[in-house]
Every structure is written in C-alpha cells, then in structure tokens.
Design a protein around this ligand. Structure first.
Ligand code: COA
Length: 255
C-alpha cells in the first residue's frame, strides 16, 4: 500500500491515510486502497477499526482536487457512486469503525469520518464541507449523513455556508461523539475501548452492533428481539449469567 497504512494491533486495527504532503487528500489510490482493506476480512481478534490521518495537520482535507480537472459530468457521477459505495462498507462494518479526527476533516475527509460509526475529535479538529466554495456539492454521502447526524436545519446551514466547526461545536451539534485533548489521548481512549470489547463475548458484540445499526429502521425493534433470542441461545450467555451468580469472572468461548 502506498497511500494508506494498515496496522493490526492485538485487539484493534488502525487504517492511516498517508499523504501528509497533501493534507491526506483522498485521491483515487487512497480510495482503492481503503476499498481493498474493507473488502477483505480483518483479523478475527480486531474489535475496532480506527481511521486516522498521518501527521499533525489533517485527518483528510477533502477529495484530491487536482483529480477534478479531468472529470466530466458522467465520470463525476460515477466517482460519487464509487465513493459512496466504499464509504457504505465502512458504515456497515461488523465491528465498530471509529474516526480519530485531528486537524482538518474537510469535504470528502469529513464524509469519510461521517461514514465511521463513531467520531472522536481532538481539540484541534476543524470539520466542514467546503465543496460549495468550489461550486460543487458533497458527493460521498455527506448531504445524507450530516443531515442524519445533526438534523436538516444545521446540515443546510453548515453545507450552504461552508462554515467549519471546531471540536466543541461539533460535539454540541452531535457530529462528534467524544472530545479528547490531543492525538495521544485519542489513541489511549481507543486502546481502553478496544480492551473493554476484548473481554466481551464476540457474539453479543456482533448482535448488539447489528441491532444498533438498524435503529431508526422499520424493523429495528424486531431485529433487537431476534438478536436478544440469539444471544439467549448461546453458551456464552449461560456462562455470563452463571459467572455473575457464582460471583466469578466469565470465560467466554467466543472472546
Ligand atoms: N486536494 C489536493 N491537495 C490539497 C487538498 C485537497 N483537497 N487540500 C490541501 N492540499 C494540498 C495543498 O495544495 C498543498 O499542496 P502544495 O504544498 O503542493 O501546495 C498542501 O496540501 C498543503 O496545503 P495548504 O493549502 O498549503 O495548507 P494550509 O494550511 O495553508 O491550508 C486548508 C489548509 C485545509 C485550509 C487548505 O489546504 C484547503 O482549503 N484545502 C482544500 C479543502 C477543500 O476544499 N476540500 C474539499 C474538496 S472537494
């Protein structure tokens, strides 16, 4: 891989965009390498996939604008659909996908973070959709995901004005889930989270995530009941309940 790096730690994987010289702008190579990672199984021990940017200036400062000059309308639509498809894989990942945002997350970079299931931002995060400054619009799911997260009114305000949000604003708007002091604190937050997940039964993690991913859909409650039943039918559940009653730590088969 040239433009991204993927590192598999004991209990979580970290995908880092590696184009510091261009503020980690997402070019065709970044997209195809992210697609490759998301199209292949992660190690069974990975409980989280973290997405981050290299360097201390940017998560990703957008789609690579230098690649726009050769596009016509049809190839732009194709590019948008391709980007949406890749980002959909991230949002539908079967382990939590988590964006660690430090510095600029703009345009396609913010859309990448929006496709992650959780967003952690440092105090130096700057987030926005500046596409309209180029007489463009967001094309990798940003018009949909931002509105779903922060509501239509705020999505219209921030997209049409191209105004950026700082960490506090993003937190209060619901774009950011957690604020950490700096990148190191973000890494520590993630390591603690991954450790907590590593003690759980893998089956209940998968079943809970699937149900939460379907929240807001017509069959979300039905899926919750179905998955509740599936959890009940596992040996791990018997072990979890038994261990609680016997006042000991559970040892799950699927850990
Ligand atoms: N696409 C391609 N290259 C980009 C880029 C992008 N989206 N964003 C930054 N870069 C490049 C710059 O061209 C520059 O390259 P150079 O050193 O070869 O000139 C390098 O990254 C550093 O960026 P620079 O603009 O010098 O940094 P800055 O600190 O002055 O400004 C930003 C930072 C983020 C405000 C500014 O780079 C910017 O506005 N980027 C574009 C953001 C955008 O519109 N994204 C949406 C695209 S649809």
């Amino acid at each position: 891989m040239n433009s991204i790096q993927i590192v598999h730690n004991a209990d979580h994987s970290v995908l880092t965009i590696n184009r510091t010289h261009a503020l980690n702008a997402l070019n065709a190579e970044v997209f195809s390498e992210i697609d490759f990672v998301l199209s292949n199984p992660l190690p069974a021990t990975s409980r989280l996939l973290v997405v981050a940017g290299s360097g201390d200036k940017a998560f990703a400062a957008g789609a690579d604008i230098t690649e726009f000059t050769d596009l016509d309308g049809k190839s732009a639509e194709d590019l948008s659909q391709k980007g949406q498809k890749i980002f959909d894989k991230l949002s539908a990942l079967q382990i939590p996908s988590l964006a660690l945002i430090h510095g600029y997350a703009l345009g396609g970079g913010l859309e990448l973070a929006l496709a992650c299931q959780i967003r952690i931002v440092t105090r130096k995060a700057i987030m926005g959709l500046p596409e309209l400054n180029l007489a463009l619009i967001p094309g990798y799911g940003g018009t949909q995901r931002l509105a779903n997260l922060i509501g239509k009114g705020k999505a219209i305000y921030y997209t049409l004005s191209s105004e950026n949000m700082d960490a506090e604003t993003a937190l209060s708007a619901g774009l950011a889930d957690f604020i950490v002091e700096d990148q190191q604190a973000g890494i520590e937050f993630i390591q603690k989270f991954a450790k907590k997940l590593s003690f759980k039964s893998r089956i209940s993690l998968d079943l809970a995530l699937e149900a939460i991913q379907n929240s807001g859909s017509a069959d979300g409650f039905a899926l919750e009941s179905k998955n509740f039943r599936k959890a009940f039918e596992t040996e791990d559940m018997k072990e979890g309940v038994g261990a609680f009653l016997e006042k000991r730590k559970p040892v799950f088969q699927h850990q």
